[in-house]
Design a protein around this ligand. Structure first.
Ligand code: 1GP
Length: 252
């Protein structure tokens, strides 16, 4: 059986009231050389997790990029797949996403059923994740590709009850996402309400552009912050984001 080492590390972070930083690498936007450069920057900044994936993934160098990253860092590589075709046995773990904010049965369970043998055979650590997409001010790839409405940005109560239902259904993580490159990241008030009403770790991403927002999200109760786009534009931000997120030691 695969280990649960990475999930255990997330629980340990939460128990010790520390916050985690996940850098999202989209294989459609890099090559192996860039992957290595990012891995080294992540090492320097003491990044906690490398998330790997994208909603589209039109490139076919996933295994190659993950192997390049793994050769240059011990930071766990966690797949964040947009579809079952993105599963790579070279990563360490898989966010096994079920789109609980949507009403598209394919994203809730359909794709999981058809890919279950492949996922099991991968040997990856599987982390059951309730995935909640929140309106980020403009259609994002995930909202379009999933064919599902996002939760309105000002309906924190809907996000809260969705996360509660996800936890009671047995999801080990809740991931609230405004979508890659969202115009508006998720508000601190929504994060706070959701965090107060679940016990499993809360991952938050989408449209976070500056260290202040990452810090405030952690103060509001996010356990792991995911950043992709902002780092693609300026990879010096990795260090600044890491410093801001790791400076938050006490959950409110
Ligand atoms: C997207 O949450 C991730 O699914 C990260 O979003 O690329 O906007 O940082 P950004």
């Amino acid at each position: 059986m695969p280990s649960n080492a990475i999930y255990t590390s997330i629980l340990q972070l939460k128990q010790s009231q520390q916050k985690g930083f996940a850098v999202l690498i989209d294989p459609d936007k890099i090559n192996s050389a860039k992957a290595i450069q990012l891995a080294n920057l992540c090492n320097d900044a003491k990044v906690d997790y490398i998330f790997f994936g994208g909603s589209l993934m039109v490139s076919n160098h996933v295994d190659e990029c993950i192997k390049a990253i793994k050769n240059h860092t011990n930071i766990p590589v966690v797949l964040f797949p947009g579809s079952p075709s993105q599963v790579s046995c070279f990563a360490d773990a898989l966010l096994y996403l079920s789109l609980i904010s949507g009403r598209n049965a394919e994203m809730l369970i359909g794709q999981h059923v058809t890919s279950a043998p492949l996922v099991r055979a991968s040997g990856l650590e599987i982390m059951s994740t309730g995935y909640i997409v929140v309106d980020g001010g403009a259609p994002t790839t995930v909202s379009y590709m999933s064919g599902s409405a996002s939760i309105p940005a000002d309906k924190a109560d809907i996000a809260m009850v969705t996360a509660m239902a996800g936890e009671m259904l047995g999801k080990k993580l809740i991931y609230m996402d405004a979508g890659s490159g969202a115009k508006q990241p998720i508000s601190e008030s929504m994060i706070q309400l959701v965090a107060k009403n679940i016990t499993v770790p809360l991952i938050v991403g989408g449209g976070i552009k500056d260290p202040e927002k990452a810090y405030l999200n952690c103060k509001a109760g996010a356990d792991i912050i995911v950043i992709g786009n902002a780092i693609e534009k300026d990879d010096n931000l990795i260090k600044e984001m890491a410093n801001a997120i790791h400076a938050v030691k006490v959950a409110i």
